[in-house]
Each structure stands twice: as structure tokens, then as C-alpha cells.
Design a protein around this ligand. Structure first.
Ligand code: 9B3
Ligand code: ZN
Ligand code: ZN
Ligand code: ZN
Length: 417
């Protein structure tokens, strides 16, 4: 009898797992040792469907650098054979992606409504932007900076105590649809602002002296698509004339060395740079807003995942920005602050050298507009879960990231004039 119950239970569990679109898919990590092994990865990617997680495209694969990629279930044995035969050392980061995705929703929070410790759908985030503004009229106001390709309003929250001639920090989340921890951080930041204003002296000073423009999701259409169709989607959802492939990489779509390196001109690739700089309605709206507020915006922060990196310009060239020394010391101190809570280790440095050379990113663009303090965060983790980061890590991730953001904001405040 007990055996029978167990069997029924096991059958129910496996039936549930087989429902998932990602059942049996694996995420591999390899470190190609030389150009020859890079070539093997390249040919693999041209022969079968490979989704690059880190770096974000096969074109960015380099010797001696970790590569994480996802393959279809029915290809994983062949891929493993190929790696073995060609002597490329590999590890299986995720053995069954569907199981990892199911395990994301491990938050103990019970509610079905909006929660800071859960991943929220766009519908919930949109409603939350209205609620948090309505509940904190002295600190938060909401506006719309444009609409997405599919017609969704792009909500922007302005967070700060009103006062004359205030400078501002702009922060956005959700450039890349599958990087779910990113929008979770923007929501967390606003929550912390309203909850600790008047209690935490640093936060109080920051909000009295500065405004934070927080754009909780840039690529809303893509984010919606990860909830409804494909959890691993990265790009926008715009149509590309002359191609059946959908979407542009919003972080290759800015006018900063646009299309020159680390970006694809093929609409079917995950790092497609778009038909022109700011071809996407979402990047155009963001760039227009920043340009209209250039006299007040003193820092630009953009939140991605994963890899645990704090990056600053440039990514489109190996040349160092003229403020290299200052930005590097800020990144060093911010990373130290971040690690002080849960001992989470970050690497930091200019994008080209620290992650990969790539053009069209928003941080480089903002810097070249004259916004000196321009940083990209790549949040947790380093690949154990990758984009399938469990909800139980939202709180510690956001707590530690908040320390780094507060450090940078306070630095900016102390160096305004
Ligand atoms: C890429 C670029 Cl092009 C940049 N300027 N800054 C950061 C990155 C890294 C992110 C990306 O878009 O690939 C990490 Se998901
Ligand atoms: Zn990435
Ligand atoms: Zn990203
Ligand atoms: Zn904690």
C-alpha cells in the first residue's frame, strides 16, 4: 500500500515536470582553452540551437573565459559527447532547467498579491506603481515616459522629498526580460525609500537632497513574454522588417559605438543591435527622458543579472574613460559595502575588460552624455541558478545591492559641486 502511494506520488511529480517547456534542458559551463576550442563552440552554436547565458552571444565567446549556455533536451547527450571528444572541460550547471524554474517560486510569502519577496507579473508591478505613489504622496510620484512597442505605458517613479533645484539619480531595471531579479530590485529600492525615510539617516539625507528616478521595467513587452510564452526571452518584442525573427537587444541599441563590437546585425540573434540607434520605442523613451533632464541627472544606474559585477564605461572600447580612477575607486568601495552583508563577492571594472567589449549599451551612452557616475550592476548569482534565481534570494540580493546603491548615491551627493 505504501509502495503504491509512493509510486502514484512519483508519477504525479514527474508528470508535472514534463508539462514544462524546459524539461530536460541543461545549462553547461565550459572554459575554452584556446582558439581551436572557441571554434568548436562556434560550430556547435551554428549547428544546433544554443542559448548563451553568459556571455550573451556566441560572438562574445573568448578563450580562457567561462561560457554558460542552454541546450534543448534532445541535444544534451550529443553536446556532452562533443565536449568530451574534443577535450573541452565542462560542468553541468543546471541538469534540468524546468526543475530549476519550478524551484524559483520557493518564497515563503503566502499572498497571491504583490510581494517584494516574490517575482511579480507586469500587471502586479503596474498596479504597485500606482499604489506606492498614492500611499506616499509626499515622497513618490508617478509619470509615464512613453509606451512600449505593444502599447504598454512605461511608468517612471520619482522618489524624493520635494525641494528647489534638486539633482537626481536615474536608475532602471528590466532591460533584459529574463533577468527577473532586476525589476525585483527596483521595487525593493522604492519600498526601502518610503519605509526608512525619517528613520535611516543616510536614506533621509539622500531623499531630502536628491530625487531618484526609478524605471522599474524598461523592456515591459519582453518581461510579459517571459511570463506568458518563453521564460528565457531577452530582447524587446518588436517586429523586424524582412525577418521572421522578433526583437532587438535594448542594451545594444544606444548610440554609443552602435553596432561596432559585441553586437549582432542579425535580427535572429539575442544581441541584435536593432535597425538604428534608439530604433526601439523603449530605448528612445528612456534616452529622450534622460536628455530632457541632463541638467539635473548626476548618476545613471542600470540593473542587470547575472555574474556579480559592477561595471562602468567603457564597454564599446578598451579605452578608459577620463574619470577611470574615480569610477574605479567608487566601484571598489561600493562592492566592499555590498559584500559586508552576506559576503557576496563582486568583480568590478570597465565593461570591455571586465565582461566583454560590446557597443550600444546605456551606461556608455549616459556617460558620453556627460553623466559621469554611470554604472551597470550584474546581480546574483554566478551561475548556480543563473536567470532561475530562487525567490528566497530576492531579499538578501536586494539588501546587499541597496548598500552599494546607497554608497554610490551618497558619494554623488557629496560631490555635487
Ligand atoms: C553590456 C554593455 Cl554593451 C554595456 N555597455 N554594459 C554592460 C553590458 C553587460 C550586459 C549586457 O547587455 O550584455 C549584461 Se546582461
Ligand atoms: Zn548578461
Ligand atoms: Zn542584462
Ligand atoms: Zn539578509
Amino acid at each position: 500500500m505504501w509502495v503504491l502511494l509512493f509510486l502514484i506520488g512519483a508519477a504525479a511529480v514527474s508528470a508535472h515536470l514534463e508539462d514544462g517547456a524546459f524539461d530536460g534542458q541543461k545549462v553547461f559551463r565550459v572554459i575554452p582553452q584556446n582558439d581551436e576550442q572557441v571554434e568548436i563552440i562556434n560550430s556547435l552554436a551554428s549547428n544546433i540551437q544554443v542559448d548563451f547565458w553568459q556571455p550573451d552571444s556566441v560572438t562574445l565567446v573568448r578563450p580562457k573565459t567561462e561560457v554558460d549556455f542552454r541546450v534543448e533536451a534532445d541535444m544534451s547527450l550529443e553536446v556532452e559527447d562533443l565536449l568530451k571528444e574534443s577535450g573541452i572541460e565542462y560542468t553541468v550547471l543546471i541538469d534540468n532547467l524546468q526543475a530549476a524554474l519550478d524551484a524559483q517560486f520557493d518564497s515563503k510569502a503566502r499572498s497571491t498579491s504583490h510581494s517584494y519577496e516574490k517575482y511579480n507579473s507586469w500587471e502586479k508591478i503596474a498596479a504597485w506603481t500606482a499604489d506606492i505613489a498614492a500611499q506616499n504622496p509626499d515622497l513618490v510620484s508617478r509619470s509615464v515616459i512613453g509606451e512600449t512597442y505593444e502599447g504598454r505605458p512605461m511608468y517612471l517613479l520619482k522618489v524624493g522629498k520635494s525641494g528647489p533645484n534638486k539633482k537626481a539619480i536615474f536608475m532602471d531595471c528590466g532591460f533584459h526580460a529574463r533577468e527577473w531579479i532586476s525589476p525585483a530590485f527596483c521595487q525593493w529600492f522604492v519600498k526601502e525609500a518610503v519605509e526608512t525615510y525619517g528613520k535611516d539617516t543616510v536614506m533621509t539625507t539622500l531623499l531630502n537632497s536628491l530625487d531618484f528616478y526609478v524605471l522599474p521595467v524598461v523592456n515591459i513587452d519582453g518581461y510579459v513574454y517571459t511570463w506568458t510564452n518563453n521564460r528565457m526571452w531577452r530582447k524587446t518584442r518588436s517586429k523586424n522588417p524582412g525577418s521572421l525573427c522578433i526583437g532587438t537587444d535594448p542594451n545594444r541599441n544606444f548610440n554609443a559605438g552602435w553596432s561596432t563590437v559585441g553586437a549582432s546585425k542579425n535580427p535572429c540573434d539575442s544581441t541584435y543591435c536593432g535597425s538604428a540607434p534608439e530604433s526601439e520605442k523603449e530605448t528612445k523613451a528612456l534616452a529622450d527622458f534622460i536628455q530632457e533632464h541632463l541638467s539635473t541627472i548626476k548618476a545613471y544606474l542600470t540593473i542587470h543579472s547575472y555574474s556579480q559585477l559592477l561595471l562602468f564605461p567603457y564597454s564599446y572600447t578598451y579605452e578608459l574613460p577620463s574619470d577611470y580612477e574615480e569610477l574605479n575607486s567608487i566601484a571598489e568601495a561600493a562592492s566592499k559595502q555590498l559584500a559586508s552583508l552576506h559576503n557576496t563577492k563582486y568583480n568590478y571594472g570597465p565593461g570591455a575588460k571586465t565582461i566583454y567589449p560590446a557597443a550600444g549599451g546605456s551606461d556608455d551612452w549616459a556617460y558620453d552624455q556627460g553623466i559621469k557616475y554611470s554604472f551597470t550592476f550584474e546581480l546574483r548569482d554566478t551561475g548556480r541558478y543563473g536567470f532561475a534565481l530562487p525567490e528566497s534570494q530576492i531579499k538578501p540580493t536586494c539588501e546587499e545591492t541597496l548598500l552599494a546603491v546607497k554608497y554610490i548615491a551618497n558619494y554623488v551627493l557629496e560631490h555635487l559641486y
